[in-house]
Design a protein around this ligand. Structure first.
Ligand SMILES: [Mg+2]
Length: 274
């Protein structure tokens, strides 16, 4: 198995078995710019893709000009730009104020179908008892940060990576009590408990049916396990999945980091003006 295949299969099998079974071949980002850029539907992860990872989620910084760049690209694509994030969309709105982009939050559990539109939660919130159990466990672990977010909860271990194995074991035990409804998704220095049956891949498929997105070639860019269903869906639906280097994708990713992605977006925006 190649490094690339291993990177896709190993953790993803635990969570997104069906979607991750799909292969998505390497595609040069430059080749997409050489094609018909006006016919793209663009799907972007946020943390680790547009925004550099910070020690804690609250410390991320939005690069100067990013919001305006995304808005111009959205306009240039006739509205066919969506953000697919593990965060709640309300958080992304605050980071990218004043624009409220089309997008999916909490790995497809929340959807906004048009710019500035309301956020629809398509799953239940997490059971209060489960949140209590997670918070209670985390209180005993210095450096572990739990972040409840409506339909899901993220537990970050970036500040205490040595605790990851025991943390994962405990979270798996808690999730097993809700095996029909919830899954544990590993990510970049975090674990997330999220609703089963929803993913960034299901969100991408839903959005590609919107009038502004339909009949376009989907291009998804992401850096983490939770992006794999959307990377695979973009390929399956006639487009491409492009990976960003990070803890999840190390060898052979198409982008070196968020600065690399933003440079590509700037080039795309120039081409869209033509
Ligand atoms: Mg990410």
């Amino acid at each position: 198995m190649t490094d690339r295949a291993a990177a896709r299969k190993q953790p993803a099998e635990m969570v997104f078995a069906e979607e991750s079974a799909a292969e998505f071949p390497a595609v040069s980002p430059d080749s997409i710019l050489d094609g018909d850029v006006h016919n793209i539907a663009l799907f972007l992860d946020c943390d680790g893709t547009l925004l550099d990872i910070a020690p804690t989620p609250g410390e991320v910084r939005v690069p100067a000009g990013l919001v305006e760049l995304l808005k111009r690209i959205s306009d240039g694509l006739g509205g066919a730009l969506a953000l697919l994030t593990g965060r709640q969309l309300a958080e992304i709105d605050m980071l990218l104020t004043p624009i409220e982009f089309i997008g999916a939050g909490v790995h497809g559990a929340e959807l906004r179908m048009y710019p500035g539109g309301s956020i629809t939660r398509i799953t239940n919130t997490l059971p209060a008892a489960l949140i209590d159990d997670v918070m209670h466990h985390v209180q005993k672990l210095p450096g572990i940060i739990a972040e409840p977010k409506g339909p899901g909860i993220a537990v970050h271990y970036r500040l205490a990576p040595h605790l990851a194995p025991s943390l994962e074991a405990e979270l798996r035990t808690l999730v097993a009590r809700h095996a029909d409804d919830l899954v544990l998704c590993p990510g970049r220095q975090l674990f997330e408990i999220i609703p089963a049956g929803h993913s960034k891949g299901t969100a991408l498929e839903t959005m590609l049916k919107l009038p502004d997105f339909a009949h376009r070639k989907p291009v998804m860019i992401g850096d983490d396990v939770g992006d794999i269903p959307a990377l695979a869906a973009a390929f399956r639906l006639g487009g491409a999945g492009l990976r960003v280097t990070g803890e999840q994708f190390r060898e052979g990713a198409e982008f070196g980091g968020p600065a690399d992605v933003i440079n590509w977006l700037q080039r795309l925006e120039l081409l869209l003006r033509k």
